[in-house]
Design a protein around this ligand. Structure first.
Ligand code: EPZ
Length: 414
């Protein structure tokens, strides 16, 4: 359980952890090389430990020390992703693309992860089939097999982050050229491509929605840095906006938060970016705005719940439209317990700011919803108890320590 004592302004300076959503596909990419890959700035979070377990079960030898992960993938003896770990998180599905790239075959289970929508993988499987992969589904298992993995022209009907990552992982060692149109442009894709290029992959168009990948025979040993977690940065910036005060956040990839920082400024925050450091100062209550989530470079769906919490303690009537995941308004029900005024109609939420909330016992429904409740608790009278906070530790290395270092009164109780 996490306990938050509300109504204290924040003030402090911290460094931001490595990005969960960059580290996970980068770890899968290490499978492609029959040698050693080193990743620095790896976040010490549950999902990373789960991905380590998957890679070990496939035959890799891993060592994680001081945020440095060394993966020796010289021997990959298995091609089956274990069911328990595969079901534990969404990212397990990109291991399938890496297995296809490594061995031309793989077995995975329909992935689990946050309950924020149906989260099908039809785009992933259709892309694999374009590359000559035969897909057989038995219950919740997927068996993928390709005699020879061939490059192909692929167009995604939706810029799916995971499907884009899976195509990249399968294509870097496929025979011939893959042209991927309609690719996701999230910064985590750029990090994955940067790492693969350091390993010798031939990828062009990085940062655009059209990637051209020429298959290579072999990759090489490489070391690469995981970028700072932009969603964690956004979470803590919103925390300062809810509680008031000021903060300096280092190594948090602020350059990839473009429209989020502009939204914060529109809500009344003073936000400055200098290199890899972002500073924020907030006096008064956040002003109401309208936010519509969309794929990058739009407002990220992963910050929607947190933005809702800030609107709930702001002034005026805010508006949120969620266009990425159909089930991502679970936070509202928990914020209602804290006295928030939120009306949900389909994929739209109207939030009437109240200046402050009241502490209550609430439940983290998913990773980002849990973080949003911690942010709301910073601007609540009395204590807020957050249960099921295991969701939060899947993606936040030390949300209690970070917010305490920023002056927040928050602690974890077993
Ligand atoms: C990644 O999920 C992130 N997870 C999510 O972060 C993030 O919210 C999401 O991208 C969008 O930015 C990781 O990187 C581990 P999608 P992913 O495929 O890849 C539909 C967090 O909190 N879709 O871009 O699963 C899907 O249902 C997590 O850190 C299909 O219909 O996202 C959804 O509506 C939560 N068919 C939309 O596309 C498919 O085959 C976006 O999904 C694939 C996706």
């Amino acid at each position: 359980m996490i306990i938050v004592q509300g109504y204290y302004p924040l003030k402090g300076e911290i460094e931001i952890q490595g990005s969960k959503n960059a580290a996970l596909p980068m770890m899968a990419a290490a499978l492609l090389h029959k040698g050693t890959t080193v990743l620095d700035h790896v976040p010490m979070i549950q999902d990373v430990f789960c991905m380590m377990g998957i890679l070990e079960s496939l035959g890799c030898v891993l060592c994680l020390k001081d945020h440095r992960l060394t993966v020796d993938a010289s021997e990959v003896s298995s091609m089956q992703i274990p069911r328990d770990r595969g079901r534990a998180m969404r990212s397990s599905i990109v291991v399938l693309g890496a297995l296809l790239g490594r061995r031309g075959e793989g077995e995975a289970y329909y992935p689990g992860g946050c309950s924020i929508g149906s989260r099908p993988i039809d785009l992933h499987l259709a892309a694999f089939q374009r590359m000559g992969v035969e897909i057989r589904e038995e219950n919740d298992m997927i068996r993928a097999e390709a005699g020879t993995l061939k490059g192909a022209d692929i167009t995604l009907s939706y810029p799916s982050v995971g499907a884009t990552e899976n195509v990249i992982l399968a294509a870097v060692k496929a025979e011939g050229r893959t042209v991927l149109k309609g690719a996701a442009r999230e910064p985590e894709i750029d990090a994955l491509c940067g790492m693969l290029k350091a390993m010798g992959a031939k990828i062009r168009g990085v940062g655009s929605d059209c990637l051209v990948i020429d298959g290579v025979e072999e990759l090489r040993d490489a070391s690469y840095q995981v970028p700072g977690d932009r969603i964690v940065t956004g979470t803590y910036l919103f925390a300062v906006m809810a509680a008031g005060g000021e903060a300096v956040l280092k190594k948090g990839s602020p350059e990839s938060l473009g429209c989020v920082l502009d939204t914060m400024r529109a809500m009344g925050a003073n936000v400055r970016v200098e290199g890899d450091t972002v500073s924020i100062a907030m006096t008064g209550r956040p002003k109401a705005v309208s936010i519509t989530t969309s794929p990058h470079p739009g407002f990220p769906t992963d910050l929607q719940s947190v933005a809702m919490a800030v609107m709930a303690v702001g002034e005026g009537q805010g508006y949120l439209k969620e266009t990425v995941f159909e089930g991502r308004f679970a936070t509202a029900k928990q914020l209602h317990k804290m006295g928030a005024e939120i009306i949900i109609e389909g994929s739209e939420a109207r939030v009437t700011g109240k200046g402050f909330l009241k502490g209550a016992r609430v439940r983290a429904c998913d990773l980002r919803s849990g973080a949003a409740l911690a942010v709301a608790g910073l601007r609540a009278e009395g204590d807020t108890m957050i249960t099921d906070c295991c969701h939060i530790f899947r993606g936040y290395e030390d949300i209690c320590g970070d917010l305490r270092n920023l002056g927040g009164r928050i602690r974890r109780e077993s």
